[in-house]
Design a protein around this ligand. Sequence first.
Ligand code: NI
Length: 165
Amino acid sequence: MALRNIVTKGESILGKVCRPVNKFDEKLHILLDDMAETLEKANGVGLAAPQVGILRRAVLVIETNVEEDEEEFIIEFINPEIIEVSGEQTGAEGCLSVPGEYGIVTRPDYVKARAQDRNGEWFEYEGTGLTARCMCHEFEHLDGHLFLEKCERMLTEEEISGGEE
Ligand code: NI
């Protein structure tokens, strides 16, 4: 595994629409493993392939809603689509491609998605709370969108240093 560089705001690749993944091969597996290492190192909760410069529809989300005695785990979403949403949550959100900036974004509180795994098998996944927020945020990266477009307002320096969500 290797760390990849995270592309930041202002680089044109973040505004592009990613192509579907159609080969579930070693190259994809290496990309996903590298993304996992990069995400862990950066202390994030999600990462999309375009954030490491790859214009393909692949996303990682960390499932943080686990029991106290359970480990958080990474969900790999390839070619994801949202098939159901419900509820609403409003809270602070950030992005590894927009370091140091946080904004208030309203998202569904429940998201059901359909996606392929690293071997091309289709599955469905239901996320709530932070996981639902993260799924929406990461999937939007695949269509060239950043959370900044959805922000009601940005957090002030004071709010950030006082501890964000
Ligand atoms: Ni992001």
